[in-house]
Design a protein around this ligand. Structure first.
Ligand code: FES
Length: 279
């Protein structure tokens, strides 16, 4: 995991939207860790731009493998660092006047002499489980919690479905998890909610007695706001061999009016929903 520094406040706070001719305030994006992509997308020396909380975020990886998520604009004259920014060793170099920024955000070098006291704005970020996460808080506060350590070997997930849809990340995650659970034939399902836009479902094989070692299919549901009322959702899968397949079974969230799978044969200990415990 790679700690960074706090980012700015929520650009969506206080914004309004039109719904059927009625103007309603858009709720701020929720607080938490959100997927911004997968570790394998950023090789050493690569730079890319992602939509995140109504704006752009630039993600880059230095030659030694340090990954950073930053606000996109150069503190010198505002060039977009995702449009032509390059990695030179451990520095991110601006395409306009070649100012170079160190992983802590400070300007470390310029072609014109002493570097100014200017700094990139780093977003708090982590790499965990093969996923790149960025922290968001409506008031710009630093992370109030860390991502949990997951037990057992976990293969880095691969996204097999990426969509953009309307809604809040909590609702999008809950609906997607409910669909996965409704389709699963296995009675041995574990659910872990990691935040308002992240949940993993571990499905053990139907015929467990045929397996020499415990294993499970891990399905990730990851939902990240990209603009007011719009969410990018990844459904990703990986295999796990070992105790991660023993996540506590839990009654899944289920849309109102649908039959609760926990009461139709699956073991369960409650009905957690993908809500942000810190909100
Ligand atoms: S705008 Fe980035 S170095 Fe001038």
């Amino acid at each position: 995991m790679l700690p960074c520094t706090p980012g700015g406040a929520d650009p969506s706070a206080g914004r309004s939207g039109q719904h059927g001719g009625v103007t309603t305030p858009t709720p701020p994006y929720p607080r938490g860790w959100f997927c911004i992509g997968f570790s394998r997308e950023w090789k050493a020396g690569s730079v890319g731009t992602r939509r995140f909380m109504g704006g752009d975020a630039v993600v880059y990886r230095t030659r030694r493998g340090v990954l950073r998520v930053i606000r996109p604009y150069c503190p010198h004259l505002g060039a977009h660092l995702g449009a032509g920014g390059t990695v030179d060793g451990e520095y991110l170099v601006c395409p306009f006047h070649r100012f170079a920024f160190a992983p802590d955000g400070t300007c470390a070098r310029t072609p014109y002499g002493t570097p100014p006291k200017a700094s990139l704005t780093l977003l708090p970020s982590r790499e965990a489980y093969g996923i790149v996460w960025a922290w968001h808080s409506p008031d710009g506060a630093p992370p109030s919690r860390e991502l949990p350590a997951l037990p057992g070997p976990l293969v880095s997930p691969r996204a097999f479905r990426v969509t953009e849809e309307a809604g809040r990340p909590q609702d999008v995650t809950e609906r997607a998890v409910a669909r996965i659970l409704a389709r699963s034939a296995s009675r041995h399902v574990g659910l872990r909610v990691l935040g308002p836009g992240a949940a993993l479902v571990v499905i053990e094989p139907v015929r467990r007695h045929l397996c020499a070692a415990p294993w499970g299919l891990v399905l990730w549901v990851l939902a990240t706001p990209v603009s007011p009322g719009r969410v990018r959702r990844w459904t990703a899968g990986s295999a796990a061999v070992g105790p991660v397949a023993r996540l506590p079974a839990a009654a899944p969230p289920h849309p109102a009016g649908q039959k609760d799978p926990a009461r139709s044969g699956r073991s369960g200990t409650g009905s957690p929903t993908p809500s942000d415990p810190g909100s």
